[in-house]
Design a protein around this ligand. Structure first.
Ligand SMILES: O=P(O)(O)O[C@H]1O[C@H](CO)[C@@H](O)[C@H]1O
Ligand SMILES: Nc1nc2[nH]cnc2c(=O)[nH]1
Length: 326
C-alpha cells in the first residue's frame, strides 16, 4: 500500500484498494463524504418515533417498563405474558443481534400487572455498532411511553468478595469509553430527548436499589447480592491482568462490555434506571492466578443459564412492587 499522503486518511484510497494512478483519475471526493456523521444524527427523532409507533401499533400496548436482557439472560423475556414478539429483522431501521445469547427479539406484554417491553438481545460496540446505535432502542422505549429502564448484564467480578453467580446491583459506573472520548450523545443535541449536558450523579435509582435489596432478603439470596460499580470496556477482548488491576484501583467491582451507554441514554431522556450485573466469572487479577481463571463466553452463558431463575424472580418482584406503589 502507498505510504504517500495522497493515499492515507479517510478520503484516501487505502480503503477502496485503489492505486495512486486510480487516485489521480478519480473524481474529487466531496467534503460531505469524508466527514463522519455525528453519532446523535444516526437516528433522528422522527426515525425513533416511527419505530416506536410501529411497536405500539403492532402490539396495541403502551409499555411502562423497558428491560434489556444481558448475555444468556433472555429468559427474562420468556416470563412475559400475552406477549407480542417482534423479530429485530422485521422492525424498520432496527439493527440485528450478532452475539450468541442475544436472540434478537423484542417482546411486549404483561409482567406482574405492568406492560413491559424487553429486548432479548442488545447491541454492543464491539459488534461494530456506534454507541448511539447500541443505545438507540432506549430512545425507542422512551417514545413508546417507558418510564423505567431495567438493564441487566453478564459481567466479570473484580471485587475479590464476589463469587460466580452473585448479583451486583449497580449504583454507579466508570465509563471507560467515555474516558476515551466516545459517547452515545456525541453530536448535535436534540432537546426533545434531553439536555446538552446531562448530569449523571444518582443515575441509578436509590429507591429501586433498596427495594431490590429487600427482595433479595425475602428470596434468601442477600449473601449473594452486592451493590457496586460497573465499568464498560469496548471489548471484544476480555481484560488483561494489568487492566483489571487498574480498574480495581479505580473502585470498579464488575466489568463488562455494555449497559453504560444505555444508562446514559436513559438518563438523558429522564428515565428511572435500575441495573444489575450477574457475575458470570471471577476475573484473574494476579499473574499467579490459574490459567483456567480466563474468561470465556461459553462459561458466561452457562452461569447465566444457571442463575436465570433468580434473576427473573428479582425482576418480577421488583416490577410487582413498582406496580403496587403506583
Ligand atoms: O453485557 P452483556 O450483553 O450481558 O454481555 C457480556 O458478555 C459478553 C462477553 O462474554 C459481552 O457482550 C459482555 O458485555
Ligand atoms: N469485559 C468483560 N465482559 C464480561 N462479560 C462477562 N464476563 C466478562 C468479563 O470478565 N469481562
Amino acid at each position: 500500500m502507498c505510504s504517500r499522503d495522497c493515499c492515507s486518511g479517510p478520503g484516501g484510497s487505502a480503503k477502496s484498494g485503489n492505486t495512486c494512478t486510480d487516485r489521480k483519475n478519480a473524481k474529487a471526493v466531496s467534503v460531505e463524504k469524508i466527514i463522519p456523521t455525528p453519532q446523535s444524527l444516526l437516528y433522528p427523532y422522527e426515525v425513533i418515533q416511527e419505530i416506536a409507533d410501529f411497536i405500539v401499533k403492532g402490539s396495541n400496548m403502551r409499555p411502562k417498563i423497558g428491560i434489556i436482557c444481558g448475555s444468556g439472560l433472555g429468559s427474562l423475556a420468556d416470563i412475559i405474558q400475552d406477549a407480542k414478539v417482534f423479530e429485530y429483522e422485521k422492525i424498520p431501521n432496527f439493527p440485528v443481534s450478532t452475539v450468541e445469547g442475544h436472540a434478537g427479539k423484542l417482546v411486549v406484554g404483561n409482567l406482574e400487572g405492568a406492560v413491559v417491553m424487553a429486548m432479548q438481545g442488545r447491541f454492543h460496540f464491539y459488534e461494530g455498532y456506534p454507541l448511539a446505535k447500541c443505545s438507540m432502542p432506549v430512545r425507542v422505549m422512551k417514545l413508546c411511553g417507558v418510564e423505567y429502564l431495567f438493564a441487566t448484564n453478564a459481567a466479570g467480578g473484580i471485587n475479590p468478595k464476589y463469587s460466580v453467580g452473585d448479583i451486583m446491583l449497580m449504583h454507579d459506573h466508570v465509563n471507560m469509553l467515555g474516558f476515551a472520548g466516545n459517547s452515545p450523545l456525541q453530536g448535535p443535541n436534540d432537546p426533545r430527548f434531553g439536555p446538552r449536558f446531562p448530569a449523571l450523579v444518582n443515575s441509578y435509582n436509590k429507591e429501586l436499589i433498596n427495594k431490590a435489596l429487600e427482595i433479595g432478603k425475602q428470596m434468601g439470596i442477600e449473601a449473594n447480592m452486592h451493590v457496586g460499580v460497573y465499568s464498560c470496556l469496548g471489548g471484544p477482548t476480555y481484560e488483561t491482568i494489568a487492566e483489571l488491576k487498574a480498574l480495581r484501583m479505580m473502585g470498579v467491582d464488575a466489568v463488562g462490555m455494555s449497559t453504560v451507554h444505555e444508562v446514559i441514554t436513559a438518563r438523558h431522556c429522564d428515565m428511572k434506571v435500575f441495573a444489575f450485573s450477574l457475575i458470570t466469572n471471577k476475573c484473574a487479577t494476579e499473574y499467579s492466578d490459574k490459567k483456567d481463571d480466563e474468561a470465556n463466553h461459553d462459561e458466561v452463558m452457562a452461569v447465566a443459564k444457571n442463575r436465570q431463575k433468580a434473576c427473573c424472580e428479582l425482576v418480577a418482584r421488583l416490577i410487582r412492587q413498582i406496580q403496587a406503589s403506583s
